[in-house]
Design a protein around this ligand. Structure first.
Ligand code: NAD
Length: 340
């Protein structure tokens, strides 16, 4: 069993913890919190040993009736690998601690590529992570872009990608961020950082991205255009999507044309937390113009898509499962991911 610790039990950390706990070859040795928030109570209900970054705050946990198993240092001493899901920028500062403990570590997309020196996506470069000590799982938007771009590139060939990211303003539980009533160009300059981030996984793709933030919490929406290296028809593209283990099709027959309806659908399907781990590509949007210009809309559930990737990264780094397809199948089965 791979012994996994989660440093930072928030939006991503709590989901990764549940996904890891569901795997046959992994176990959770502990999760960490900075204060006794609602998520700390969830961790206690799930029976994940709770560790705290600053033992000076133990009294606050005691008062809340939450048992503290020890410090983050104590937790790190018990694990083979830590998933750092602290807020962006915090994780990089933890690298020295992980080195001192001589453990493997995964960072999430809020950290720069340099924190680990290897940026990961299961469908694109699983094999490159085998046996590594440090890996960064790219952000939710980059994960969604890498999956579809690589699938089309491997099967048909992609000469150029142009994409616009319409990003959610906050996660549903977030009460401190906005915008409330605005479309914010983020950044106002073109290109955005997403294209270079895709290149950390797929270095040979010619990609330019633009991004804006809108007042919604459910999901991001991508407007994607790819120039193909050879002529292809819509049916060929749909088949590639249907055969990919992490690409989902929002069927035209469902009548769904919005992120709100996809989330409702996931909720009705009794997905945990109504999570959508797969890209949600609108079937009716897939269009090939002039034989080589491919267009589509895809919605990305920011809280979920990186969770499945993180589980695969753990397996690759542990080194026992040598191919990505096997790990993806294991992860999907354990968490109940069968693409839309
Ligand atoms: P979050 O704020 O929801 O959760 C972070 C957790 O870390 C909180 O529980 C916080 O209490 C805890 N924490 C803060 N400082 C800590 C410390 N020093 N030691 C231990 N715990 C600490 O953040 P999140 O959205 O889960 O983001 C985590 C990472 O995942 C970031 O790199 C982020 O960019 C990335 N990510 C986030 C999303 C998203 O949409 N939320 C999507 C993909 C990737």
């Amino acid at each position: 069993m791979i012994r996994v610790a989660i440093n930072g039990y928030g939006t991503i950390g709590k989901r990764v913890a549940d996904a890891v706990a569901a795997q046959p070859d992994m176990e959770i040795v502990g999760v960490s919190k900075t204060r006794p928030s609602a998520e700390a109570f969830v961790a206690a209900k799930r029976e994940y040993p709770l560790y705290i970054a600053d033992l000076g705050r133990k009294e606050a946990f005691d008062k809340a009736g939450l048992a503290v198993a020890g410090s983050v240092d104590d937790m790190l001493a018990k694990c083979d690998l830590v998933v750092d899901a602290t807020p962006g920028g915090v994780g990089a500062k933890n690298r020295a601690i992980y080195e001192r403990h001589n453990i493997k570590a995964i960072w999430e997309g809020g950290e720069k590529h340099e924190v680990a020196g290897f940026s990961f996506n299961s469908s694109c470069n699983y094999e490159g992570a085998i046996g590594r000590q440090f890996v960064r799982v790219v952000s939710c938007n980059t994960t969604g872009l890498c999956r579809i771009i690589n699938a089309i590139d491997q099967n048909i060939g992609v000469s150029q990608v142009r994409a616009t990211m319409v990003r959610r303003g906050s996660d549903p539980g977030g009460i401190k961020k906005g915008p409330v009533d605005a479309v914010v160009l983020n950044p106002v300059t073109i290109p955005s950082h997403h294209g270079p981030d895709v290149n950390t996984v797929l270095p040979d793709i010619d990609i330019v991205t633009l991004a804006m933030i809108v007042p919604t919490t459910f999901m991001h929406m991508h407007v994607l255009q790819m120039n193909l290296k050879r002529e292809a028809d819509r049916e060929e593209i749909l088949k590639i999507i249907e055969e990919h283990p992490r690409l989902g099709l929002v069927r035209g027959s469902t009548g769904i044309t919005s992120t709100a309806e996809i989330k409702e659908y996931a909720s009705d399907l009794l997905r945990p937390r109504s999570d959508l781990w797969e890209n949600c590509i609108f079937e009716e949007s897939v269009a090939v113009i002039n034989g080589t210009e491919l267009f589509m809309f895809q919605a990305i559930h920011q809280e979920a898509d990186v969770v499945a990737e993180t589980v695969d990264a753990i397996r690759a780094m542990a080194g026992d499962v040598k191919d990505g397809a096997t790990s993806i199948a294991m992860t999907n089965k354990a968490i109940g991911l069968s693409p839309l």
